[in-house]
Design a binder for this molecule. Structure first.
Ligand code: SF4
Length: 330
């Protein structure tokens, strides 16, 4: 399948008073046209920094970035910030975890949605408002005309996220990045928003990148999953293959930390003990070694490279799940 977005050897470092902080370490990732790809990892794993760098949203004198990001045949790193901004809305769009920080609290919903239509598509005020109401209907907001006149604080969290989605899809982007789009919402609303995103993706023929800490969210909503840990992709596979033949102990630990619907409520959820390695002073071997229940001496000494298990499945582990002989014999 042709890649709409192709990320090659992306490295992002931040200059900090504590030294050079390497947030993304040589990521390679293709997002095929029309596909839904999940990027999963704990907070601090580099998934959000990687996504923002891919969209050209990281700038500042303390940021060092290298590697290539090709979007729809255009190398984004060769564009200046004005040109990158022109891609927004029409090429790529993004929705965030907390719509309250993305929406302007003192402007009416109609003004906020229609602004992009007027600036990017040159619509008249009247046409942009009419289209904004259609977009609110498309994201299943009842009584869109009334909602156009409201302020963000007058809407529930789920409604605000629908408004953000309407704003993001207003100019028919080819690729939608959704960064933890349901984390701030309760479970029922989460499911509604994920269903809405899946339907919009199909209707509009968009590609989608779903960035989340929750492996459960990607299970039913993506075609392909990349798991990130300490700034690297540590496992990557088609979604069904990943869940059928999981290789990485880290991915397994993420899976175990998902709440089970039938689990006793008094039982605490398993957590991944320990911490991510210090990004300014990384250990020699596998970054997960201090937290991994399968770790052996080799893990602490040598850094594993990505291995190909076939079926489009890559993993970064000396002793992948299922290879008990390798574990015993080392
Ligand atoms: S390389 Fe070793 S420490 Fe790292 S995930 Fe695999 S088994 Fe665990």
């Amino acid at each position: 399948m042709t890649a709409l977005l192709s990320i090659k050897d992306l490295v992002v470092r931040f200059r900090t008073p504590r030294g050079l902080l390497e947030a993304v370490r040589g990521v390679n990732l293709d997002i095929p046209a029309g596909a839904s790809v999940g990027i999963v990892g704990e907070s601090g794993s580099g998934k959000t920094v990687m996504s923002r760098a891919a969209m050209g949203l990281l700038s500042g004198s303390n940021v060092e970035r290298s590697g290539s990001v090709m979007f729809d045949g255009q190398e984004l790193s060769s564009l200046d910030s004005v040109q990158v901004r022109e891609y927004f809305g029409t090429g790529m769009a993004m929705i965030f975890q907390d719509p309250m920080t993305a929406l302007n609290p003192v402007r009416r919903i109609g003004t906020q949605i229609s602004e992009g239509l007027r600036v990017r598509l040159g619509m008249s005020k009247k046409d942009a408002m009419k289209r904004s109401a259609e977009l609110l209907a498309k994201v299943r907001i009842p009584d869109p005309e009334a909602v156009l006149r409201k302020f963000p604080y007058q809407l529930s969290g789920g409604m605000r996220q629908r408004v953000m989605i309407a704003t993001a899809i207003a100019c028919n982007p080819k690729l939608l990045f959704a960064d933890e789009p349901t984390t701030a919402l309760d479970v029922t609303v989460q499911a509604q928003i994920l269903n809405l995103l899946a339907d919009l993706r199909k209707d509009l023929g968009m590609s989608m990148v779903l960035v989340t800490h929750d492996l459960g969210v990607v299970a039913n909503n993506t075609d392909f999953v990349a798991v990130m840990y300490a700034g690297e992709i540590v496992e990557m596979a088609p979604t069904t293959e990943l869940f059928a033949n999981m290789k990485m102990p880290y991915t397994e630990a993420l899976l175990k930390s998902i709440p089970k619907i039938d689990a006793p409520t008094e039982k605490r959820l398993p957590v991944i003990e320990g911490r991510l390695p210090n990004p300014t002073d990384r250990p020699e071997g596998c970054g997960f070694a201090s937290r991994c229940s399968y770790a052996q001496d080799k893990c602490r000494q040598d850094r594993p490279e990505l291995e190909d298990a076939g079926n489009g499945h890559l993993y970064r582990c000396w002793y992948p799940l299922g290879s008990t002989i390798a574990r015993k014999s080392s």
